[in-house]
Design a protein around this ligand. Structure first.
Ligand code: PDD
Length: 285
């Protein structure tokens, strides 16, 4: 059984408690982060901590602990759960006021809630890295602040189910004719050696893996273009892939009815995955 962290305490997962009035539960009034763990160490903790700080600021939500304390909690959970590979899920909500109310509670009276737990997962040797995944395209009907990592994940969950129903693995969301991102990852195509991914804005999450992968691609003299692309352009690309803390670089081999390239993971996605894992192992803390 896992040991999880809830508001200052480490408890067995079946003893962890959150109030029914918690605004995360009632209103999805919360933000989260998922930081990957390799060889028992955290990958890009700083990147995740900075994005968390930004998400909190954008929602006028107080941080319940400092970044140093957060790091200590992450490490304590890794130790207590003997986690070598997987991730740490962290969630901060606007806490549990005395009653349900649309207005935000006074932070002096209602402290934010903080929950963290470990998830064991095969990341570096995930089978999908060798086979690639199939995605379907769906309309992006999420709200307009996707740059904030909120726990409003109903539509992405529905997208994942639409994909499963269609015999695929995931969905790419499309707005105004262009791909925004995957249900829980950033989307890329490769054409003529060039890596193309949508530019940063409020329309997509600013992926921590995305930032690292683009930096590493440039360092390896690969060409990168940050712009939107259509499903048709993606279907005609040489390669496609997604990135996230839970998938690293994962090849996409089919989009709707079209096979991408040869229908197997392409060389650029493979190379980027290798470089990313190498560097993550070196820099993990
Ligand atoms: N999802 N876009 C969306 C909508 C996401 O939910 C995520 C991450 C990403 C990639 O961000 P990063 O590289 O920082 O993980 C992009 C996490 C892994 C999740 O919801 O489980």
């Amino acid at each position: 059984m896992r040991t999880v962290y809830v508001n200052g305490e480490y408890v067995p997962e079946n003893e962890a408690k959150i109030s029914v009035f918690d605004r995360g539960f009632l209103m999805a009034d919360g933000v989260y982060e998922v930081t990957s763990v390799l060889e028992g160490k955290l990958v890009d903790f700083d990147g995740h901590a900075k994005r968390l700080e930004r998400s909190l600021k954008e929602l006028d939500m107080a941080a319940p602990v400092t970044t140093d304390e957060l790091l200590a909690i992450h490490r304590e959970l890794i130790a207590r759960n003997d986690l070598t590979e997987g991730g740490i899920y962290l969630q901060i909500t606007r806490g549990a006021p005395a009653d349900r109310d649309f207005a935000f509670p006074d932070p002096a009276e209602t402290p934010s809630s903080l929950v963290l737990f470990t998830q064991q997962k095969n990341l570096a040797n995930a089978p999908a890295a060798n086979t690639g995944i199939k995605v379907i395209s769906i309309e992006d009907i999420r709200w307009g602040r996707r740059d904030i990592k909120t726990v409003q994940l109903l539509y992405p969950s529905m997208g994942k189910m639409m994909a499963k129903k269609a015999g695929a693995d995931d969905a790419w969301m499309v707005e105004d004719g262009q791909v925004t991102e995957g249900t829980s990852n950033n989307a890329y195509i490769v054409k003529g050696g060039k890596i193309i991914t949508r530019q940063l804005s409020n329309d997509i999450l600013h992926g921590i893996t995305r930032a690292a992968v683009l930096r590493l691609a440039k360092e390896a003299q690969m060409e990168v273009e940050e712009r939107g692309f259509t499903i048709e352009e993606a279907q005609d690309a040489d390669e496609a892939f997604v990135t996230s803390a839970t998938t690293f670089v994962q090849p996409v081999v089919q989009i709707d009815d079209a096979t991408i390239g040869t229908g197997t993971p392409g060389p650029i996605a493979k190379r980027l995955r290798e470089i990313y894992i190498d560097e993550s192992l070196k820099k993990a803390i």
